[in-house]
Design a protein around this ligand. Structure first.
Ligand code: ARG
Length: 457
């Protein structure tokens, strides 16, 4: 098939290589943005009389028609279309006639693709941010619903100290908030208008880049044409932010996989988000959590793809860069799906209070409370630590829990113990006492929740 660039070629493109070099089937996602960019470009060409106002008008008509078609029935491309830019230009010429050939004046596909990707990412980035916000709201709701339930807080996967489940969940709120802030910052660098860089050097035509930026709602234009056509930092940055976000989701999901296991039994997932086994009738699997955990690796994969793609690329544009799209699109779709699924996961999770009470009585997560008690009676913390270690040893040797010990038994370890030690060594009083800023006491968590709510408004 005739190519829009084949003036200097004697023979046509090898059919296999034609297929090999086409990115059309992937580019279709960019159709809307490519046309929007062309609309702004042609308006500018007409405004500054690089092409006649009449020609600009005809081209504009054609582009608007294509835009409508794209939004109603998608783009009709052919296998011979090399990429989205060529496809739309071909359709334009079919519709508007030869005048369509003037659209590409003072523009290259190198600055055009940078524009398309920036427009696409700007829109998707806002959507991802909204989805993070929704998940944050679900986190807050779930925390509020379970505000006073105590769970064993874990370090090294061992029972450490009792914490409120709501406090635990609000930890994820904080992570997600950093994710959202990172994206907000990333947007600053996505939201810069590249058109006008041309192929590499800019253009000799009297273009008005600021006008194009205004038409497309960009607050600024890029400053160096070579950087503009060879830069994919804005994509790398988005995918890096996404990788960190997915890491957070994967940790939440790992927690849920563990907490919903037979051995832990802290939470139960609703049937609507679990599946069974084709062989083992008793199985109920936490698939959603496992899938989010698994899909995290896809986003990491995208990040690695993009970093390797850009590594050592000589300036400026190189065709290698066409390969950025599958990685970017997959990261965007994966992150969006996982954020939605993550919210469903939390909405369909119930805490098993009985089980939690049972395990909290049996662990030694209040041992630090006993040591702190002795410190308040004047003992040095290191000495108290050692002494309470002895009490724990005694319990293990005698198959007892801390809560089984009587006041008199405590007394055999130190005269500093009074009767009220029995009140201190419980999960509830442990949680209640953690009133240092950022600690797990109920008042603190309530404050966190209030702050979170006003942040989400
Ligand atoms: N399809 C290319 C890409 O995705 C843009 C076109 C640049 N091609 C060229 N031959 N200069 O990066």
């Amino acid at each position: 098939m005739k190519k829009l660039w084949d003036g200097r070629f004697k023979s046509g493109l090898d059919p296999f290589i034609e297929k090999f070099s086409s990115s059309m089937s992937i580019d279709v996602k960019l159709a809307k943005y490519d046309i929007q960019g062309s609309i702004a470009h042609v308006k500018m060409l007409g405004k500054v009389n690089i092409i006649s106002k009449n020609d600009a008008k005809k081209i504009l008509h054609g582009l608007e028609e294509i835009l409508q078609e794209v939004s109603s029935r998608g783009l009709k491309y052919t296998p011979a279309d090399e990429d989205i830019h060529m496809a739309i230009e071909r359709i334009l010429v079919e519709k508007a006639g030869k005048v369509g050939n003037k659209l590409h004046t003072a523009r290259s596909r190198n600055d055009q693709i940078a524009l398309d990707e920036r427009l696409y990412l700007r829109s998707e980035l806002k959507e991802v941010s909204e989805l993070i916000k929704k998940l944050q709201a679900t986190v807050v709701n779930t925390a509020q619903k379970n505000i006073d339930i105590v769970i064993p807080g874990l370090t090294h996967m061992q029972h450490a100290q009792p914490v409120l489940f709501s406090h635990y969940l609000m930890a994820y709120f904080n992570m997600l908030n950093r994710d959202r802030n990172r994206l907000k910052d990333c947007l600053k660098r996505v939201n810069i208008m590249p058109l006008g860089a041309g192929a590499i050097a800019g253009t000799s035509f009297p273009i008005d880049r600021e006008y194009v930026a205004k038409l497309l709602s960009f607050p600024a234009i890029t400053e160096n044409s070579m950087d503009t056509v060879s830069d994919r930092d804005f994509i790398l940055e988005f995918v890096s932010c996404s990788a960190i976000l997915m890491m957070h989701l994967s940790r939440l999901c790992e927690d849920i996989v563990i907490y919903s296991s037979e051995e832990f039994g802290y939470v139960e997932l609703d049937d609507s988000i679990c599946t069974g086994s084709s062989m083992m009738p008793q199985k109920k699997n936490p698939d959603v959590a496992e899938l989010i955990r698994g899909k995290t690796s896809r986003v990491y994969g995208s990040l690695m793809t993009l970093l390797s793609l850009m590594k050592s690329l000589p300036l400026s544009y190189n065709r290698d860069m066409q390969e950025d799209k599958p990685a970017l699109f997959d990261a965007v779709e994966t992150v969006k799906a996982c954020l939605k699924a993550g919210a469903k996961l939390l909405e369909n999770m119930k805490l098993n209070k009985k089980r939690l009470e049972y395990v909290l009585i049996r662990d030694f997560s209040c041992a630090t409370e006993v040591a702190d008690y002795l410190v308040r009676q004047g003992m040095a913390f290191r000495d108290a630590h050692k002494l309470v270690g002895g009490i724990v040893r005694h319990c293990i040797d005698n198959k007892k829990h801390l809560s089984d010990l009587t006041y008199l038994e405590f007394k055999t370890f130190s005269n500093l113990f009074s009767k009220n030690i029995l009140d201190f060594a419980s999960p509830n009083s442990s949680v209640k006492s953690k009133s240092s800023p950022g600690g797990t006491c109920l008042e603190n968590v309530k404050t966190q929740i209030e702050k979170a709510k006003s942040l989400l408004k």
